[in-house]
Design a protein around this ligand. Sequence first.
Ligand code: SAH
Ligand code: SF4
Length: 425
Amino acid sequence: MKLHVVAFGCQMSSADAGELAAPLLAQGFRAASEPEDADAIILNTCTVRQHAEDRALSLIGRLKPWKDQDDGRVLIVAGCAAQRLGDWIRERFPHVDMVVGAKSIDEYPRLLGDALAGKLGALAGAGGSAAPAGADAAVCAPVTVMRGCNYSCSYCIVPSVRGREVYRPWETVLAQARVKAAAGAREILLLGQTVNSWRGPGPGGKPAKFSDLLRAVSGVEGVRRVRFESPHPRFFDDELIAAMGEVAGAGDHAHLPAQSGSDRVLALMRRNYGGEGFLALASRLRAALPRVELSTDIIVGFPTETDEDFRRTLDLVERLRPAWTYAFKYSPREGTESARALPDDVPEAVKEERLARLNALCDRFAEDALKARVGRTLEVLDENGGYGRTRDGFRVRWTGPARPGELVSVLATGIAKRTLLGECR
Ligand code: SAH
Ligand code: SF4
């Protein structure tokens, strides 16, 4: 029997999809790359923007014929849109066997047993293959350290669908990192909506912070790099910056979502910083970590955003020089403060135009960063034989012997879209 897993949205969604798949893989399911070949499908949804939610809902609809072919098949819909629209999904798509909202993921193994033990057992019996012994982990493996968000950015639906922050215990995080490293992971990606807000009792019950956790994970046998995502600007204290400098990967790239460069818009967004404060953090990171590359998120067309506000965003991006940028058009989300209290008054054509101008600028910085690497020998972690990433997160494809899981030296010789091309001897 085979399992197909799809995740829309962020890396946390992909990591959650991996956790949702684990009990089925333990029952003997194997991965299917295409939905048509699968006996069970897990679809982890996203609701951060309407577009992401629409794509997930459309896929649920398109899976009806797959389900109609054999009612013994199992379709599980999970994640943030499932949290927001659970009852509606159950009613609108009766071919869905189980809906698991993002807040219920910790109870999921029990819920799964209650809802689907019979059906999964029948599939397992029919499939006949034994449970795989200790599946291999990916070379780059995610470990979720916290869930939820205690902030209230006015545009953002995450706090309502994921709830308040919950930190995974120190030992749980380290145990997961050890299991993944023992199964072949060499890079650990620590995940959370505001990942660097992690805190909790550390060794001996003493209070510990994210900087302690980062160092401890980097000390796990087999781990060569640690990254983290998404950090919140507020939690880059001196201890964290010092720890980043000691850990390969962590000190080479930081994702710093700015969202806007206009203080007026940032205040309406309730981001708790202004443009200059944000750039001061970027300068602090660059001064302490000379190798660090920065990336960012920007929203264009936030309610009431004027040409002048947008110009300030372009100014901020010019000064930040991000190596890559995720830029989004504002999408009003039901129940959020901005959707309730502010008009979605920037016309679609203006949002499109601002997005295009912003992307053109960001593409220039991304290209500059890639070009600066051509001709240099880079340390790359081979993820699957000839493909991997540099310490600072640039994708590299190269010719030469395959050494998955190893750090290799690649001479960068060219660029194809956003990937460096190279040679390894
Ligand atoms: N916790 C992270 C962001 C999580 S959401 C942080 O605070 O940085 C990922 C990104 O989606 C955000 O950074 C933002 O740029 C974008 N986003 C969130 N809500 C949005 C909305 N309503 N419309 C457009 N983009 C949005
Ligand atoms: Fe959303 Fe803001 Fe929380 Fe990030 S910090 S998840 S943008 S509310």
